[in-house]
Structure formats: C-alpha cells, structure tokens
Design a protein around this ligand. Sequence first.
Ligand code: XMP
Length: 515
Amino acid sequence: MEQETILILDFGGQYKQLIARRVRECQVYSEILPHTTPIAELRARAPKGIILTGGPNSVYDPASPTCSAELFSLGVPVLGICYGAQLMAHVLGGQVAPAMTSEYGGTALFIDGNDSPLLTDVPEETTCWMSHTDRITSAPSGFTVTAHTPDCPIAAMEDRTRDLYAVQFHPEVVHTPEGATMLRRFVRQICGCQGTWQMSSFVEEQVQALRQRIGTKRVLLALSGGVDSSVTAALLSRAIGQQLTCVFVDHGLLRKNEGQQVKAIFGLEGDFDLNFVGVDARDRFFTALKGVVDPEQKRKIIGEQFIHTFEETANQLGEMDLFAQGTIYPDVVESGAGSDGAVIKSHHNVGGLPKGIRFEGIVEPLRTLFKDEVRELGLELGLPRALVYRQPFPGPGLGVRIAGEVTPEKVRMVQEADAIFQEELQRFGIDTGSGQFFAALTNMRSVGVMGDHRTYDYAVALRAVLTSDYMTATAARLPYDLLDACMTRIVNTVPGVNRVLYDLTSKPPATIELE
Ligand code: XMP
C-alpha cells in the first residue's frame, strides 16, 4: 500500500517535533524537512499535505527563511502555522506587520463563521496558544478570515478553493485545547489521509528496505541493552538474521542482573536470530577507574575503554561492512542533521563511531521514530515489556551514580539498593514512566550501630525525579511508607550501607544523576 505522508517544512520553530508527533497520532507518517528542500523533491515525495512550521524571524527581513509561491500551487493542501501563516500571507500578496501588542500565551479565540473545514467541530469560543510579534494585517486575495482574537484580527484564514490554511496560533501544543482536533481535520479531512501508518506495516516496510539496502553485507551493532539499541537489534535480526553481529560490552556498571538479561534475550538461548558476542570487560573497567574521583574524568575513561573494548572485539570478528546505530528521530532533529545526514550519538555510550574500524556506511533503522513509537515497535518485534519500558540509564552507567572512586564493592552496594528500591516502587504501584527512579551511592561514610557493633559505612541516596524533558526535574513525593520500607530492607540486607537518604533536590540546581 502506498504510504501517506505529511511533510513538515521547518522554518526554525521550536515545536516542529510536536507537529510531527500530532500528525502521527492521526496514524499518518510525517517527516520534517528543511525549508530549503527544492520543490522538485517535495513533489517527488508525493505528500498528501504540507505544514509550514513557526519560526523566530520576521517575513520582512530579507535574511529570513522563505519559500517560493510554487509551494502553494502544487495541488497539495498546505497549513501554515505562526511564521508559516505569515509567510503564506506574505508570499501570496497579503500583508504582515508588527502587532501593536505581542501576544504570548493563552488567548481567547473566536471562530468567525461556521463552515471552515479546518475549524468545524471547534466551539465558537475557545482558547489558543499564541507566541508572536508580527501578525497578518491583510489576507491575500481569495482568502477568508475564519478566526480572530482580541488583539489579532486574522488569527486564522483560508482559501478553500486552493486548499490553503493558516493559523497564527500553535495548534500543536496542549495549551490550544482544540489544536489536536484542527490538525486531525487537516490531515484526515482536508488532506484526505486514511490513517494507515501502523507499527506492523512499518516492520514490513523496514524489513524489505533493510534487506534491499544491506544485501549480503555484514552489519555490526553495539548493543547496550537500552531500548534503542535493543529494538535496532530485534529489527535487524528480523531483516538479515545471521548477517547481524551484536557486540555487548559488560563494563560492570550495569543495573543488577542487567547483563544476564541482555544475554538471555539476545544470546544463544534467546529468541532472536543473530550473532551475539558478549564481552566481560568488568576487570578492565575497574582497573582503569581505580583511584579516579573526578566525574568528568570517570566519564572519559568509561567512554574510552568502551570504544577500545568494542574495537578490539570487532577487529577479532573480521571484516564488517556496515555499522548499525539506534539513532531515533529526536536525535536526528536535535543534531540538526538533514534527512540523509548521519548522526553520531555523541552523548550515547558508544561515544560515536569507533574510529579504529572502517565501515562502508551506517544503518539507522529507527531514525524516523519517536521514543514511544520505538517502544511500540519493540513490543511488535517480541521484546519483553520490561525491557521496552525500561527507565533511561546513562551510558557511563553506575559510574555516575557512585560518588567518588568506583570499586566493585560500591557497585554491588548500589546495585542491591537499587534493586530493592525498584521492587518497592512496584509493590506500591508507583508509575515510574514519567521520570527516573534509582539508588545512588554517596561518598559519605558515617558511624552507626548494628547489634553490638559500631559500623562505619556508606549512605545510599534514593533519587526519584519527575521530568518530561530531562532538562528540568522535581523530586517525586513518594509515600513515606515506601521510603521507610526501602530504608529497612537496604540497611538490613546490603553490607556496607548503614544509612538511607532521600534526595529532595530539584534540577536545577542539582542534576538528575549524582555526578
Ligand atoms: P543529568 O544528570 O545531566 O541527566 O541531569 C540528564 C539525563 O541524561 C542522562 N545522563 C547521561 N546519559 N551519558 C548518557 O548517556 C552521560 O554521561 C549522562 N549523564 C547523564 C541522565 O540519566 C538523565 O536521563
């Protein structure tokens, strides 16, 4: 079946990923392209519709991103949002000028008339999210004004005969309560999409595409056990089986039993058809980390040791043609790479492409997917739910959850304490999906008593933060009984630990991890 696509032209707006997300929520594939994409390429992609994003510029500035009038006569419906709306007005002969009052935030929106295909189903009076200084002052000929706000006479306009629609506000953000309805109407009714984008069809398409691209070549994947690399492994396994070799480096800084779980899923006994090479590099990492206390130094050592171990292993495996990575769509967008540019996940535990090995190219089969789509794909491919919904875990692993020097003893303490914390979170029915919940080991030792003995042991800090973007976070208000149960179990069963603290600090000023 032919794939329905909505193309999103990027004019620098901060919400472009959200627009793509909303379109996919309508079961329609969407892709963000630079605004400089040639018209011929847009045409060749045969989109069902095009959306122009917002952006920080003013259409009158000659240096501002623009588009040709041809874009509006492709015979494909176009929706302009914010800057995209102003650009549509400007290019088609309307007028845009600085507004008397800039509008930022929630604003009352009044629908004018009741027959707009975009605004049908929207109550006559609602609210919308505005963020602009310029505004459209005169609609191009052929356009009808379909909504206004107290300060913006042309908040929405359309030319139904040419299927051109423009909104000054942001329908993609949740602060525009009817926004999802409007986008859905654009995608489904105006563009006529059926909504055929489904994970099962994605698997079929990707398996075919990967087979065609890879042919008989051999592919190497660094498998960390995290969601992205695991789903990449499962998908490549489905497509090319034994042509895929996964190298899993156990650096000894994983969560309790994580190494065994990865082996159980992907190793010889597991369900996936691939070559699995597990490397026990624990001693090597602990030796390299001996005596090192500086957090950045620890990160650097872990990254370097990882690359060295990986390269040595890969070189022993003989020639590999392609290198696979679990790059996902937010990585592509954040790195600013175009639709074909390869992305190196520098913040990822792989630390970028191994420089000591030569590859013909990179395979990134998840690069069009959002995180929740990657999870859905993982389930579709038969990965266990516990792996697919695993909490994010930093590349340097427990190395950044142990303050000061990393030793096997400290790793054991933090692994045990963390396992207890996870069990109790589950027992108390806490939803951990919206943040990061883990145990860390402080570098503080203090005096305690156990039976008749004095102890001089470490303090574990429990960390539970709620976050949506990982840039800011607040401590979760966990039930006291849960904390109490963790404290009792940890001090009673984890040798070397005699205190349990709860870290209340938000980010900023703290970070999520300890180091
Ligand atoms: P911080 O501690 O900076 O963490 O508030 C924000 C998010 O990034 C993760 N994190 C890392 N991930 N390598 C990674 O791959 C790292 O060195 C690293 N440091 C922090 C952290 O788990 C959180 O999700």
